[in-house]
Design a protein around this ligand. Structure first.
Ligand SMILES: Nc1ncnc2c1ncn2[C@@H]1O[C@H](COP(=O)(O)OP(=O)(O)O)[C@@H](O)[C@H]1O
Ligand SMILES: [Mg+2]
Length: 275
């Protein structure tokens, strides 16, 4: 087993007992430090897939290997020491009354010393731009703030693999951008990121590869450009290319390269204007 392969996923089928929805034929590998975007319309199965990867559903047909070990055979502690999961809905995740207790829960469970825990909580709150929120009541926070507290809980643990379910949902535009930068910083430190989103515009900022789900099936898997620039095909899955790419695509062959981000577009336009 290649030690750089963090997750090896081969799900033939997973069905809920009380629902006809099923996930089928999902096969991919995630290597250390990679960013993977799980894209798909609402109801496509993104959350279900992430929960499977976190070992929360066990009755699937197939194999999910975390660092070479079948996830069904691992104890919760073995899973969460390596991998953190940000729930789509922070209400499902947060349980304490005040912010500090929630973020400190994982580190306490790992048996860290008091000072180390306090420092980790403080640092994590800084990373999500909620400095000084330690003693705030969680129930009074907004959805976006709850989401940030939940993310801080993972950052305090510093797991190597993060499964993030719609991490920028409910965030203001500036904070959304700052979060993308935070993800890039984590990635540069070697953290492996698997991020479910339906925000195609943000994908190119953090993802090396993309998986597209449609009605529970993996319909695409691979590098960004060959997938994100196929407007017709994406429409079948209720998706589209990143907005910034659209005007460049409509100019046909006049641009050799189609940008996926605003920054790439700026470079191309500058070249064109200055040449
Ligand atoms: N706990 C559950 N029990 C039964 N069915 C569920 C449950 N969670 C999700 N589903 C089904 O799985 C489908 C896919 O949901 P989900 O994975 O949340 O999609 P997405 O995250 O892409 O919006 C839903 O339409 C629903 O039918
Ligand atoms: Mg979801």
């Amino acid at each position: 087993m290649d030690p750089l392969v963090k997750l090896k996923v081969s799900i033939e089928r997973f069905t809920f007992e009380d629902d006809e929805f099923s996930l089928r034929d999902i096969h991919f590998e995630v290597r250390k430090g990679e960013g993977i975007a799980v894209l798909g319309a609402s109801g496509a199965g993104k959350t279900t897939l992430l929960k499977l990867l976190d070992g929360l559903y066990k009755n699937y047909v197939g194999e999910i290997l975390l660092e070479g070990q079948e996830i069904r055979t691992l104890k919760p502690r073995e899973i969460y020491s390596k991998m953190g999961f940000l729930f789509q809905n922070p209400e499902e995740q947060l349980f304490a009354e005040i912010v500090f207790d929630d973020i400190a829960f994982g580190p306490k469970n790992m048996g860290w010393a008091k000072e180390k825990i306090e420092e980790a909580v403080k640092k994590a709150l800084n990373m999500v731009e909620l400095e000084g929120f330690e003693l705030k009541g969680i129930q009074n926070l907004s959805f976006g703030q709850k989401k940030r507290v939940a993310l801080a809980g993972l950052l305090a643990m510093g797991q190597e693999i993060l499964l993030l379910d719609e991490p920028t949902l409910g965030l203001d535009p500036v904070l959304e951008k700052n979060f993308i930068e935070l993800f890039l910083k984590l990635k540069r430190k070697g953290t492996t990121l698997i991020i479910a989103t339906h925000n195609v515009d943000l994908v190119p900022y953090f993802a090396d590869k993309v998986i597209v789900l449609s009605k529970g099936k993996m319909v695409k898997e691979g590098f960004l450009r060959p997938i994100l620039l196929q407007a017709e095909e994406l429409r079948q899955f209720s998706l589209r290319p990143p907005l910034i790419a659209l005007p460049f695509m409509s100019f046909g062959k006049s641009f050799q390269e189609i940008p996926l981000t605003v920054e790439e577009a700026e470079v191309l336009l500058k070249q064109r204007i200055l040449s």
